[in-house]
Design a protein around this ligand. Structure first.
Ligand code: ZN
Length: 281
């Protein structure tokens, strides 16, 4: 573990955890107090909440409600495998600033971070999910527009690195960022491949943009737009508990594949070849 991570994790003293039993509790977290756990920690980030409803469908369906229900469905599916610990950045209708969402993931030593959202696109016939990874340059104008919308939740000033000069912090962050970005890109491919034929996808569903919640260099992360609230077919699917369970099952399969094959080589949770039988479905 690098010096940068240790300092950042000590700085972020609190995290909301919903581990196993499913209830959110406030718990002090420090690098010293958290021994390595045999199960990887997946941090789910239901987008928006509280006074920030996110995107809104023509009939009034709010993104913040869909994201929370979808995150609960995914948490149930992941816990059922027995392979993971699962935490959430919020477990009820609560506003959490973007920077705080990142801090919760870092403070909890998350092994994977998934920010869950719904699109609001200018053309109502556009539909399907898309998976974003971090990039300072957006992959296309649509990706740039989506990132701009999602980043409006609050301003983000970048990772806080107390005690480290900006020059040293930049070098340390860049070293971590490369491995993290490779893992994040692999995970995005895993989601796309798992969704194919089951969950509708936007054309060119793998995109990149400068999302505030993806900027931490130490935690592999994706931002998932689960569908478009501006499309009537997608909105109907997103409101369906059965569809959310199906999407959770496909995401669980993608997360299984990620930890079996695509987690960073340094990860203590990357499956060894003889452990691929961990899969439960
Ligand atoms: Zn959103």
């Amino acid at each position: 573990m690098c010096r940068l991570c240790n300092m950042k994790r000590r700085h972020f003293g609190q995290a909301l955890l919903g581990l196993g039993a499913g209830m959110a509790i406030a718990r002090p977290l420090t690098a010293e107090a958290l021994p390595a756990h045999p199960l990887p920690l997946v941090m789910l980030d239901p987008g928006h909440g509280g006074h920030d409803p996110g995107a809104m469908a023509p009939d009034g369906t709010e993104e913040k409600t869909i994201t929370l229900s979808s995150a609960f469905a995914l948490r149930r599916a992941l816990l059922a495998t027995g392979r993971y610990r699962v935490a959430m950045t919020r477990t009820h209708d609560q506003f959490i600033a973007l920077e705080q969402r990142v801090a919760i993931a870092v403070g909890a030593k998350a092994d994977l971070f998934i920010s869950m959202h719904c699109d609001h696109l200018p053309e109502a016939d556009l539909r399907g999910a898309s998976i974003f990874t971090l990039s300072s340059d957006a992959s296309d104008s649509l990706a740039a527009s989506i990132a701009s919308d999602e980043n409006q939740a609050d301003s983000f000033a970048g990772p806080n690195m107390p005690g480290v000069s900006p020059q040293v912090a930049s070098v340390l962050a860049s070293l971590e960022t490369r491995a993290t970005r490779i893992s994040s890109a692999n995970f995005a491919h895993d989601i796309r491949n798992s969704f194919k034929g089951t969950v509708p996808l936007l054309p060119d569903p793998l995109r990149s943009a400068n999302f505030a919640v993806l900027r931490d260099p130490s935690v592999p992360s994706n931002l998932l737009e689960m569908g478009c609230l501006t499309n009537p077919l997608d909105e109907k699917l997103l409101r369906s508990p059965a569809h959310r369970r199906e999407m959770a099952a496909r995401l669980t399969a993608a997360i299984d594949l990620y930890f079996d094959q695509h987690a960073p080589p340094s990860s203590p949770h990357k499956a060894k070849p003889h452990k691929t039988s961990w899969r439960t479905s």
